[in-house]
Design a protein around this ligand. Structure first.
Ligand SMILES: *[C@@H]1O[C@H](CO)[C@@H](O)[C@H](O)[C@H]1NC(C)=O
Ligand SMILES: *[C@@H]1O[C@H](CO)[C@@H](O)[C@H](O)[C@H]1NC(C)=O
Ligand SMILES: *[C@@H]1O[C@H](CO)[C@@H](O)[C@H](O)[C@H]1NC(C)=O
Ligand SMILES: [Cu+2]
Length: 172
């Protein structure tokens, strides 16, 4: 009896180690932080290194009053139109926890910062969806890439528990 219980425990512990559900936190722009960038591709280049998921948090690091964060529609994003944002974050640093899949659009509504490139569009995946390898990361960013999806290992672990229970049952 003890052997069977131990084996099941080992599998369950392994499953919990492999199954990382922790949401990621991303500092937007990494060391650039949230400011008027030196070029208009800086934030799209930064975003291309990551796979964003619902539940992950974006940290917009800026000084209150110098910048802000407007979450907007695609149309407003393309036009840098800040007249009716979906969400406004005025206090920096500002955390935004992603809560919807698909494209999410953000820009700074101060002055002409948006048209100068202080804008970020990201593609957000479902939190539990399976994702293959991380996209090729830019070597200029120090942040680690997001962990791989945990779905396959959890399925494998569950199967192992069932299989071992049956197998040890037969041995008795
Ligand atoms: C744009 O600015 C970012 C941030 O400073 C920098 O990493 C990147 O190399 C620049 N890209 C170009 C094309 O100059
Ligand atoms: C924002 O996120 C950072 C990093 O996780 C955390 O240290 C900070 O306390 C958060 N700030 C707020 C206001 O939640
Ligand atoms: C997502 O979060 C924002 C900011 O907290 C909130 O305004 C918005 O209603 C949320 N959307 C959904 C679909 O929960
Ligand atoms: Cu700004």
């Amino acid at each position: 009896m003890a052997g069977r219980v131990n084996m099941v425990l080992v599998v369950l512990v392994a499953a919990s180690v492999l199954h990382r559900t922790a949401a990621e936190t991303y500092v937007v722009g990494s060391e650039l932080s949230w400011r008027v960038p030196p070029n208009t591709t800086a934030y799209s280049t930064w975003a291309s290194a990551y796979t964003f998921r619902v539940g992950d948090t974006l940290v917009f690091n800026f000084t209150t009053g110098s910048h802000d964060v407007a979450k907007v529609t695609k149309e407003a994003f393309n036009a840098c139109n800040s007249s009716s944002p979906l969400t406004m974050l005025n206090t920096g640093p500002a955390n935004y926890t992603l809560n919807s899949t698909g494209e999410n659009y953000f820009f700074c509504a101060v002055g002409s910062h948006c048209s100068q490139g202080q804008k970020l569009s990201i593609s957000v995946s479902a939190s539990s969806s399976e994702s293959p390898a991380s996209p090729p990361g830019t070597t200029s960013t120090p942040s680690p890439p997001p962990p791989p999806s945990c779905a396959p290992s959890l399925a494998a672990a569950t199967f192992s528990v069932i299989f071992m229970s049956i197998a040890t049952g037969f041995l008795w």
